[in-house]
Design a protein around this ligand. Sequence first.
Ligand code: ATP
Length: 323
Amino acid sequence: MKRVAVLTSGGDAPGMNAAIRAVVRAGIAKGWEMYGVRLGYKGLIEGRISQLGVRDVGGIMQRGGTVLGSARCLEFKTKEGQIQAIRSMNQLGIEALVVIGGNGSQTGANALRLNDFPVVGVASTIDNDLFGSDITIGVDTALNIALEAIDRLKTTASSHQRAFLLEVMGRDCGYLALMSAIAGGAEMVVIPEVETEPEEVVQAIWRAYEAGKAHAIIVVAEGAKYNANRLAAYCEEHQERLGFLLRATQLGHVQRGGNPGAFDRILATRLGAAAIDQIEKGEYGVLMGWIKNEATATPLEEVVAKKKPLDMKLYELAKVLDR
Ligand code: ATP
């Protein structure tokens, strides 16, 4: 009988619980013993590992966040930390680990692979910046939350003739900002992939005013050179050229806290189960991601070395539609 552990790491993402549930239940269905690690790599180093049964993962699928908890752990970046983590698993006879998380977490998984520990990653981050997955667990729900915020801001902005700068998450990746701008019909989007001067934002707001719009919504990615606060400071200096009164809003962690939608629950379930199939085949050192509508394994070595490009055709499309 195999003993397999699962952990969640890095920023929490809606759907992580569905992935944990799928990993645990698919493993038990194969007759394996399944273990949950509390608080990501930190818990792995501290040996906070306990067995999970079928019922332990019941009633969690609809909840946002992660029932196992997550943590950022600097110690795991060191060789000693990694050896200690492997020692914790060896003590319990754990033969393989599933790591549910984003870029940093999969870099950690790759470190375990380099230490010859059998590991399989599951692509989960709201940033959608992970090479090896067209879409990652949590993105769709986070996008819908950002969209709801845009819709609401539009209502109030229109009532008061205002312009809003809405900052959304995504780290260095503009995906979340770009897609929420397209789906929300924003007047402009500012992303890290395209250098945008504050003056361009002033002009976009003025264009919307001149066009007779009742509002202007500018979506700003948190990783952009000029974030929402910096852009707001510039725009306020040029208030007379805006037409609208300006407000800046940071969506912040609200984006991560939602209950996962159907898409994320199903994606997480499929990737979680695929990770177990991968372990059964004995093909380790890979990330299970969603590529061309299928659960697909990509070597972790490649995942950590490559940057996922943003589809710039979508940026061009946003520019065509924002008039
Ligand atoms: P998200 O993108 O959703 O925020 P993430 O997985 O990218 O999630 P990080 O904070 O970057 O989140 O990484 C999570 C953890 O992964 C870190 O706290 C650390 O323990 C581990 N990790 C990150 N980079 C490395 C590395 N180079 N080597 C070993 N472990 C790492």
